[in-house]
Design a protein around this ligand. Structure first.
Ligand code: FAD
Ligand code: NAI
Length: 464
């Protein structure tokens, strides 16, 4: 094969694309990955999961130093924020991660084709002036922030998550449009650093799609932390003035409009698939009504030899979902049984406390007419949570009433995103709540609340 010929060309080096490329290389394919950013790792490593988590972690430390350590008998003097140092931490974490992917590409002999990739024919991807040939093309071009008519993003005053990851100073006031993952995480960061944050959400609840009981509890806790919410409200316009932004708000169900001022507005109403300039129309790859590349159960588009994974296709827009798909398509191309269990993909909101879920919500089970039992256990009755001064929240397990199989787990509490892992594993093995209840959990750990919730499904928790 010449330097311009590959078994697999992956377009996009986010968690879907880079993981796919590595797995392809492991399986013996001559692999290339096209990436137009200056660094590898996609949205996730550059302007998504990783920088936001670095900022969440650092702002949590700051918040704790200001308000939380005295509860442990630790006295601090004046605590001050060094925003430059704060951002340097975030930038350092990003740099280490993106360099890590570059190292992995070299280790696995994956060619990084730098520039914008366009599918110019079946089996052909053009980058710059060079046309590369490939037996298989995997589209992993990810997603972009969803625009809102009347709210023009300038990434200075009206920002997407990308701008919110790099503000030069702490705003006095911030309005977040959309009470989903990004709004609540980035809103929490800037609230902890001193901004007065108001979340404007179209629906009557935050985190749509999450279990209703968890969502309600989260709303209560975030309000207590000082975040304001305007639910059932839509933003119809935003004007940038000298000193800030003036927003026009309207009740979602219609009614009188009102205005609101903010130093910074964060637009976070969802993300849309990124397919511009990819050549899909020219080669005849179908997209659905939401612009997502259409695929079958094996990631095949309607054009032979072209596949798609990650945020650009249907399903949750999550890094680990993209990674699983990246591995599965590589294994399918190698004739193996690549497979993703979409029923056991966890979702985590990294606020404090965290919210984590896997499987079905109670609302979904009701809608599907499934007969289920609920086991709940509050962290206020967990010894480790008390030791951590982190007693907010609970674990809720939903199990099939007849078979006892775990159908869903929903957690709000400190480290919920870590705790949920055992629940995903349990669901992967089709465990019953009795299986979890009979599993010895180390003491004292937050995970004991999972065991107790499993015991509570059968009405026999020990510690409550
Ligand atoms: P992406 O990561 O979007 O990567 C696609 C890449 O393709 C990009 O680098 C882009 O430059 C490149 N590309 C696109 N078109 C072309 C082209 N024609 N030629 C060359 N290159 C191209 N998910 C989680 O699971 N956990 C989190 O904590 C989390 N936090 C997030 C925080 C924020 C602020 C945001 C915005 C997202 C977050 N996500 C999180 C979502 C996560 O980032 C995405 O689900 C994930 O990155 C999707 O991976 P992907 O590989 O499909 O695409
Ligand atoms: P989102 O889908 O999580 O939330 C968007 C929110 O905006 C919803 O609550 C929706 O009802 C609301 N909304 C929609 N239109 C509106 C309008 N006109 N006015 C007011 N509210 C409106 O989207 P978000 O937060 O932008 O994040 C995008 C995606 O990125 C997430 O869905 C998730 O897949 C991923 N992500 C994941 C994270 C994680 O795993 N921790 C963190 C950040 C992002």
């Amino acid at each position: 094969m010449s330097d311009q010929e590959f078994d697999v060309i992956v377009i996009g080096s986010g968690p879907g694309g880079y993981v796919c490329a590595i797995r392809c290389a492991q399986l013996g394919f001559k692999t290339a990955c096209v990436e137009e950013r200056e660094t590898l790792g996609g949205t996730c490593l550059n302007v998504g999961c990783i920088p936001s988590k670095a900022m969440l972690q650092a702002s949590e430390k700051f918040e704790e130093a200001v308000h939380g350590l005295d509860k442990f008998g630790v006295q601090t003097g004046d605590v001050a924020l060094d925003l430059k140092g704060f951002m340097a931490h975030k930038d350092g974490v990003v740099a280490d991660n993106v360099k890590g992917v570059e190292f992995l590409f070299k280790k696995n002999k994956i060619a990084w084709l730098k520039g914008r990739g366009k599918i110019t024919a079946k089996g052909e991807v053009t980058v710059g002036d060079t046309a590369y040939k490939a037996k298989h093309i995997v589209i992993a071009t990810g997603s972009d922030s969803m625009p809102l008519p009347g709210v023009d993003v300038d990434e200075k005053r009206i920002v997407t998550s990308t701008g919110a990851l790099a503000l030069a100073e702490v705003p006095k006031t911030m309005v977040v449009i959309g009470g989903g993952y990004i709004g609540l995480e980035m809103g929490s960061v800037w609230q902890r650093l001193g901004a007065k944050v108001t979340v404007v959400e179209f629906l009557d609840r935050i985190t749509p799609g999450m279990d209703g009981e968890v969502s309600k509890q989260m709303l209560r806790i975030l309000k207590r932390q000082g975040i304001d919410f305007k639910l059932g409200t839509k933003v119809t316009g935003a004007t940038v003035g000298k000193s800030g932004v003036t927003l026009t708000l309207e009740p979602a169900k219609g009614g009188d409009t009102e205005t609101m001022e903010a130093d910074i507005v964060l637009l976070s109403i969802g993300r849309k698939p990124h397919t511009e300039g990819l050549g899909l129309e020219e080669v005849g790859v179908k997209v659905d009504d939401r612009g997502r590349v259409e695929i079958d159960g094996q990631f095949r588009t309607n054009v032979e030899g072209i596949y798609a994974i990650g945020d650009v296709v249907r399903g949750a827009m999550l890094a680990h979902k993209a990674e699983e798909e990246g591995v599965a398509i590589a294994e399918l191309l190698a004739g193996q049984a690549g497979h993703v269990n979409y029923g056991a993909i966890p979702g985590v909101v990294y606020t404090f406390p965290e919210v984590a879920s896997v499987g079905k919500t109670e609302e979904q089970l009701k809608e599907e007419g499934v007969d289920y039992r609920v086991g709940k256990f509050p962290f206020s009755a967990n010894g480790r949570a008390r030791a951590m001064n982190a007693t907010d929240g609970f674990v809720k397990i939903l199990a099939d009433a007849k078979t006892d199989r775990v159908l869903g787990v929903h957690i709000i509490g400190a480290e919920a995103g870590t705790i949920i892992a055992e629940c995903g594993m349990a669901m992967e093995f089709s465990a019953s709540s009795e299986d979890i209840a009979r599993t010895c959990h180390a003491h004292p750990t937050l995970n004991e609340a999972v065991k107790e919730a499993a015991l509570a499904v059968d009405k026999r928790p020990i510690h409550i």
